[in-house]
Ligand binder design. Sequence first.
Ligand SMILES: [Zn+2]
Length: 291
Amino acid sequence: MTVMAWFKKERKPRTAPRERRDIPADAWEKCDACGHVDLREKFERALQVCPECGTHRRFSAEEYIELLTDEGTWKELYANLRSVDPLSFEHYQERLANSIRKASSSDAIYTGLARLEGQPLHLGVMNFRFMGGSMGSVVGEKIARLARRSADKKVPMVLVCTSGGARMQEGALSLMQMAKTSAAIAQMKQAAVPFITILTDPTTGGVSASFAMQGDVILAEPGAVIGFAGQRVIKQTIGQDLPEGFQTAEFLLEKGQVDDVVPRGTLRETTARLLRHMRGRKVPKSSDSAA
Ligand SMILES: [Zn+2]
């Protein structure tokens, strides 16, 4: 008996499976915020939100499209628009060609139509991998066209924003996109078509100074940096220390600049619900006649 007990005791730890040994080293990822290490697959399943600390890691434009559309309904629009090089800016042509190849989008935004929980939707998703989501004439043109199409067809527009700012290689033309997109969005508002913006990390510069802040409803992801100029520049200009949490989604919510901070896990559901409410206002209420 004692021999058996001794034998069993010994066996247990030795035969315990060590699954980790079968997993290749590159299948692991680390959260930069808290140091938590987990399987890449687990991060992917959690929509790139750290299961330990809730930090929202970068999510690709393609992943946002998948998240915010019904399967098989996404149809890209204006994919053939390409930036020209109006200033003959050094290396701009090469950088554009490289970005198109690497980021697999024609510029720093995808635009298209889709359905979300069955509702028609015009969706624009900025692509940070394409020259830092910088806004040049193509980004502006695509948004303006999508907004005008929304006004014409009475289809709501949702824009997922991320941007480092205006595209300096296009000089003043990139700044004009702020006015152009704003004018098209104003047309959409006159037609009473719902417009929602979703601000992700980071949303800065000319994008934050135009369409990103013009949504009827402005949502932001937790922890996203949202602002116009960089903190160092502001600090130098005003010669004062900045308050804690300055330029984060949560800070802006407190100050009334954004309407809600929505975790990525509920972003799809929240957007769909908002669209239903907003469209409901303009649709004759069938429930009224039933009541
Ligand atoms: Zn973490």
